[in-house]
Design a protein around this ligand. Structure first.
Ligand code: MN
Length: 501
């Protein structure tokens, strides 16, 4: 469902007319070579498209307007092969609505010591041309990423690749719609927020639907469609006997299949990127959707329970950022602790809705009672999450701004089997330890809901937050509480001032 190769970044080279046509031709040729190499680099998942060399303000402004409205263009990579007087960049950079990465590189990797002359010096001036460009970007207070090194360097290509993943998530948010079936869970604070400011700053729209709108689509699912989906379940999961065709509770699985079909149809038809449900508003649905959200997350949709549209958006953003990479991303909730100081752990889970992409094993498809909601027992996939480093992140509404909070954790195998726990779960060790990690998370106002992703990196999330000019705080192995508290205080001031009135 998520195909990053459909996206492109434009490779933009700045110069000026001073040098004459021969030099500019050479600049264009070199740029095409570099863009083709980046386009072919496995670390960069989007297409890299070379653009004509820019030498004046009109051309730069026209390029910015074209990029803003080009479908599939998620950002620019900009560099100066020669010197490019930067006043010519003011109008274009101010008009640009897409993120850009300043690639501080040059065509040649080394200095040709024996052969170097003034022609070579005039052609290869990025060392000072890029500083002139950097000044104007800084002078305009533009958010951007700066990557330094030769364009063939694998580390440089990795860094660019990570940024294009963040830019793809930003683009996805800019055009994204989130469907919300039912409202917020009554009285819950952290899952609520300012949807107008979200649309303005983060880009996506949050669109509410009565659950009856979904029920109408669910009820349209045909017996043939349900039969086909049951066959898929039997193929992909270890289905408990009571849910198999002919089993005592086979009808419950058919109800679950019908809900998945309806949800999928609703979301596909409306071109939504994410959705929320709430157990408080299920009128007309036989059971709380569990299996459906689990499988829709697997296919790339963001999801949040209890009306949590912000976490749904984070799940989706991580799905986009890690598309094509192993590891998985899931909606998650910090559920309960193992407070042994020698082995402090968090057990994460939810009532039902954990994505099977994080599963260690072939999931089991089971049915159990749910203590809340007053509906029939819901079907759900049950499994343990696989071990590995991961990031849990959320986005909260602090009133005058959004704050993204991310923490690095290590998912581990449960210390013992959990035979009586009827939901999918992940057990992780927070960095640097639970005492510091949870204190920092709570001081920052982090949500109990998160998106947990394995392949996503702190670097990608920091790029992503910067693109929306959203605050981000990270809790990792180096976190010290005093410094972290100070940072929260300073950030309050910075973001208030940076936003202005
Ligand atoms: Mn919850």
């Amino acid at each position: 469902m998520i195909e990053l190769r459909r996206n492109e970044v434009w490779f933009v080279t700045g110069s000026q007319q001073l040098y004459g046509p021969d030099v500019l031709e050479r600049v264009a040729r070199d740029s095409a070579t570099m863009a083709a190499a980046l386009d072919a680099a496995p670390a960069i998942p989007v297409r890299v498209v070379v653009k004509p060399v820019l030498t004046d303000a009109e051309g730069i402004l026209a390029l910015a307007h074209a990029a803003n409205s080009a479908p599939g263009c998620v950002g620019l990579i900009v560099w100066m092969h020669t010197f490019s007087p930067a006043k010519m960049w003011i109008a274009g950079l101010e008009a640009l609505q897409l993120p850009f990465l300043h690639l501080h590189t040059q065509f040649n990797e080394g200095i040709p010591w024996a052969g170097i002359d003034m022609d070579f010096m005039n052609l290869n001036q990025a060392a000072h041309g890029d500083r002139e460009f950097g000044f104007i970007a800084a002078r305009l207070r533009l958010e951007r990423q700066v990557v330094v090194g030769h364009w063939s360097d694998p580390e440089v290509q990795d860094r660019i690749g990570a940024w294009t993943r963040a830019a793809s998530a930003k683009d996805d948010w800019r055009h994204g719609r989130i469907a919300r079936f039912g409202e917020n869970m009554r009285h819950v604070a952290v899952t609520d927020g300012d949807k107008i400011e979200a649309e303005r700053r983060l880009g996506y729209t949050v669109e509410g639907y009565g659950v009856g709108d979904l029920v109408a689509i669910v009820n349209e699912a045909t017996d043939g469609e349900v039969d086909d989906l049951i066959a898929t379940y039997l193929d992909e999961y270890d289905v408990v006997p009571e849910l198999r065709p002919g089993g005592d509770r086979a009808m419950s699985l058919r109800d679950g299949a019908r809900i998945e079909i309806g949800l999928r149809r609703f979301l596909d038809t409306g071109r939504f990127i994410a959705f929320t449900t709430t157990f408080e508003d299920l009128h007309g649905l036989t059971q709380l959707p569990g299996l459906g959200p689990q499988r829709l997350m697997r296919d790339g949709y963001g999801f949040g329970a209890e009306g949590d549209w912000k976490t749904a958006s984070m799940v989706r953003a991580m799905k986009v950022m890690t598309a094509g990479l192993p590891g998985g991303v899931s909606f998650m909730e910090d559920y309960t602790y193992h407070l042994d100081p020698a082995c402090d752990l968090i057990l994460g889970a939810h009532m039902l809705e954990v994505c099977e992409t994080v599963s260690e094993e072939r999931p089991r498809l089971e049915i159990h009672p749910l203590a809340i909601g007053g509906k029939a027992d819901p079907v759900r996939l049950v499994f343990d999450a696989h071990p590995g480093a991961a990031i849990a992140a959320c986005i909260t509404d602090m009133g005058q701004r959004f704050r993204m909070i991310a923490t690095v954790v290590d998912v581990v195998a449960p210390l013992e089997p959990l035979p009586n726990l009827p939901v999918a779960r992940a057990v992780w060790r927070p960095r640097p330890n639970l005492k510091v990690n949870a204190a920092a998370w709570i001081l920052a106002g982090g949500s109990h809901h998160t998106s947990l992703g394995y392949a996503v990196t702190v670097e990608q999330l920091a790029d992503f937050a910067a693109m929306s000019r959203v605050e981000i705080v990270v809790i990792d192995g180096t976190t010290q509480l005093d410094a972290f508290r100070d940072r929260l205080r300073w950030n309050d001031l910075y973001h208030l001032l940076a936003r202005g009135l």
